[in-house]
Write a protein that binds this ligand. Structure first.
Ligand code: DCP
Ligand code: CA
Length: 340
């Protein structure tokens, strides 16, 4: 059995935990742009979700939907990371924890009754110590545990033994089935999980003759499947050709910074979760460095990462072209341990 432990509305809950005045209020945590006008919603408390406010939405749209007493706050990612570590440490006292994102983790437990007792214990301890509610899903596989928590949020606890247990839910509760895949499957009349189970592995592999089809097949057979594929991240990139080839890291940095500013200017609402630097050398060979980040559009943070990458780069030939790519933050269902 696996537990999937997922903190409810993590960023807003973290804000509520340190400020009693926010209790029961709609709270929207945002990544504002530098001038404070634009930006995107990072997460909305459940009270704010009732107005239709969602993660990823432009702040302007969220403000239009919000009630008068809705509180908008700038994300304080350092605090959330710190809190995340504290909470994960607490949970890790009960067993081996596989942390998959800032607010999600799995734990493998041998026995079902034990899993259930542990889930209750974890929920109450986190509430008591941190004033934060978590949802715990229990499942035969990680995916089933994750589905269990997804459908029982917030403050939920649910166990699933087979995908059939959730046959009446829409296919989109399956991690990895997003809007686009759902649309494809809907065309085949597949709306609910039961439809997908009845479709069978052969037909699934016919529709998706790739790794994704293998993944869905494993899921409907209640086998452990790892989501190694990710939804395609939308990338925004730019290149600049230097007037004069150079090995001077300061010159490279200054040019890269211009690219960064341009990309941020063109993608005003986006948060980015990875930054890649491409240095094209005079022998036309490429040097590529990438850094993952928590969703951000903070120019200081991104430019610092850029500086780090440039400092690390071994520049053995003059550089003639510089490229910079930022990837949009897309919600992925499973992130690797190293992302956080
Ligand atoms: N996050 C973000 N931008 C997004 C999605 C998430 O910055 N587009 C951040 C804020 C969230 C945190 O990651 O608080 C965890 O994401 P979840 O998807 O687990 O969402 P929440 O914890 O906010 O809500 P819940 O798990 O209750 O649905
Ligand atoms: Ca969460």
């Amino acid at each position: 059995m696996f537990l999937h432990i997922d903190i409810d509305a993590f960023f807003p809950s973290a804000e509520k935990a340190r400020n009693k005045d926010l209790e029961n209020k709609p709270v929207v945590v945002c990544m504002f742009t530098k001038n404070g006008k634009g930006g995107a919603v990072a997460s909305a408390s459940y009270e704010a979700r009732a107005f239709g406010i969602k993660a990823g939405m432009p702040v302007s749209r969220a403000k239009a939907l919000a009630s008068q007493d809705t509180v908008f706050l700038q994300a304080d990612v350092n605090y959330y990371s710190f809190l995340s570590r504290e909470i994960m440490q607490e949970i890790a006292k009960f067993g081996k924890l596989e942390i998959i994102s800032i607010d999600e983790a799995y734990m493998e437990i041998n026995d079902f009754n034990e899993a259930r007792e542990l889930a209750v214990k974890i929920k109450s301890i986190i509430k008591e110590k941190f004033k934060i509610s978590v949802t715990v899903g229990i499942g035969k596989t990680r995916i089933l545990a994750k589905i269990a928590s997804k459908i029982s949020k917030p403050d939920g606890l649910k166990a699933i033994f087979s995908l059939m247990d959730v046959g009446n839910y829409e296919i989109t509760v399956i991690p990895g089935i997003g809007k686009k895949t759902a649309e494809i499957l809907n065309k085949y009349g597949i709306i609910k999980i039961n439809d997908l189970i009845n479709l069978g592995t052969m037909k699934i592999k016919e529709i998706f003759p790739n790794k994704y089809g293998d993944y869905l097949s494993l899921i409907i057979s209640d086998n452990e499947a790892s989501i190694k594929f990710r939804k395609k991240e939308k990338q925004k990139g730019k290149f600049i050709t230097l007037d004069n080839e150079t090995e001077d890291k300061n010159v490279i940095y200054k040019n890269a910074l211009v690219l960064l500013e341009k990309i941020l200017e063109e993608k005003k609402e986006e948060l980015f979760s990875s930054i890649s630097l491409v240095l094209v050398k005079s022998d036309m060979k490429n040097l590529v460095k990438t850094r993952k980040v928590k969703p951000t559009r903070n120019i200081d943070m991104l430019s610092n990462l850029m500086k780090e990458m440039i400092n690390e780069a071994v520049i053995d030939k003059p550089i003639r072209r510089i490229g910079l790519f930022l990837s949009d933050f897309v919600k992925v269902n499973q992130k690797s341990l190293t992302d956080f």
